[in-house]
Write a protein that binds this ligand. Structure first.
Ligand code: FES
Length: 56
């Protein structure tokens, strides 16, 4: 599903960014562009990032 409509970032893209080495929300933002426009998706993006990091 899309997390960030502005930048077209899916939950899968966030998980992939973590799998490829992003270690925190800031790095996920930099890699995916998530939450770099209106910012409404930040809470969801952070939650998915945290969840993915916790599973590693
Ligand atoms: Fe992600 Fe707007 S929905 S920046």
């Amino acid at each position: 599903m899309y997390v960030c409509l502005c930048k077209g970032v899916s939950d899968r893209a966030i998980r992939q960014a973590v799998d490829e080495g992003a270690r925190n929300w800031r790095e996920v933002r930099e890699r995916t562009g998530c939450a770099t426009q209106c910012g409404k998706c930040a809470c969801m993006g952070k939650a998915i990032t945290r969840d993915t990091l916790a599973r590693q």
